[in-house]
Design a protein around this ligand. Sequence first.
Ligand SMILES: [Zn+2]
Ligand SMILES: [Zn+2]
Length: 566
Amino acid sequence: MQSTRQVGLALEEIAALLEFGGESGFKVQAYTRAAEVVRTLGDELGPLVEQQRLRELSGIGTTLSRQIDEIWNTGTSEYLERLRALQPPGVGELVQVQGLTPRRVRALHDALGIASVIELRDACAAGRVRAVPRFGAKTEAKLLAACERWLTRGDEAPDPVLLPRALQLAALLEKRLAAAVETAALAGALRRAEEGVRELEFVIVGDAEPALTELAGLRQVLRTDPAKRLAYLTDALLLRLHPTTRATLGNALVEHTGSVQHWDALLARARARGVVLRAETEADSVTAFPNEAALYDALGLAFVPPELRQGGSELHAAEHGGFSELVELTHLRGMVHCHTTYSDGKNSIVEMARAAHERGFTYLTVTDHSPSAHYARGVTLDRLYAQWDEIAAAQEEVPIRILRGTESDILSDGSLDFPDSVLEQFDVVIASIHARHRMDAAAMTARLSRALGLPIFKIWGHALGRILNHRPPIECDVPALLDTLAAARGAVEINADPHRLDLPPSWIPAARERGIPFVISVDAHSTRGLDVLRYGVSMARRGGVRRGEVLNALAADDFAARVRPV
Ligand SMILES: [Zn+2]
Ligand SMILES: [Zn+2]
């Protein structure tokens, strides 16, 4: 129900922003009503979106069905983002407070200038809301409680903010901070490249107070709290500052980048060597490290890349051999898993190829959806042959190699979506699940096991089918399926779409142990979609993946030879 709830919230936010901008009541009501309709659908929403049947619902026309589809698939929509940019940043969040409708948000703003949850909380606490017509003391008390609930982020905690948005915000804040202090460096979960974050952390050389003052004017900053060295941001994110000195910048960066477990393990190791990384008592004299490399070096360890500072086996690895050849973005040479206008992509074959070439890549795999994927205009056999002709023609025009592929649905019974005689003719086959995600573990394992065990080379696409903040991973016996994939000589995808990031990094070591090769793929549905590759690389690094384990780090000929289905 989580996902349905989110679509409902987004539609209500659109309604609130429209109302705020003085839009007609008709339009506001249409979005408010759509939010209600979506809520009553519950689990039924997903299948309706995927089968493109939203317009069968009363009150949902073309525009609304497109909005719902986009929000369902990406968590937001271009329209919503455009409206957000026009209104005060806290408005969209106000409508999420229980008991507030778009109209009431507008009324509060007109009467009291309230444009964020924190302002509303303060106004309720000060007894100012009861004076607004149609609110009253009882409503005020209820709203105060609702604001507190929203702000304390308990069960109703807002979803973590995903990598693209978090990185974009962090870059903006870093620039502003750098104007106020000597150094501002990103730390925390975002530097470790976690899939979603609730805090942005920076280590600064200098004082927190001027740094926060510098940020106070930004529309992304709701309120600053110098005593706690933090700021509340829109998107329900916290910004946390960790002041330090130039001499101990290395200590602070390692402390605030690593997970607690990573830092604790380092503290223990340092103690055994008489090195004090952080003062615990007045008497402690800290061993100062101006940079991180010096700190790891003093502890007899190779530099641990931030993505690996998780408190697992990384210190053992840092002591025995280090992390040379950990995969990097610059190692990759092929754009794998690209959709075109033949299925649900926005750009043509030649446009995708040119865009990949411009980004410095030497090959691209065209892998549109297979016939069963009706919702994504899967490519039927006659259109497939037309596509191959078009690929041949495009190949004459672009300097990079275009490989003919498919993203074949794994059907309910575990078979693939083309007959063997066709599958054999592809240059590359990605096998993915797009429907019936909710089978029980035994049935799902049997279904996948049949597909992954087929005697052709295939890449297991977005393996666990998760959509971050939106759809949980499928239930299945992952170790057994990786065994099957390894035995049948297959590869697994690290899907770089920031909403997927699938195979999840936690399972990557299990694939590595079995010798399964990886592709870090873009799953691009437009030329812009090619730019997500870096997120996939971050996940691969978190899983310890080396350059030699990544098929699309190979040159075009070698890649083509390795992935040929038979
Ligand atoms: Zn897919
Ligand atoms: Zn795809």
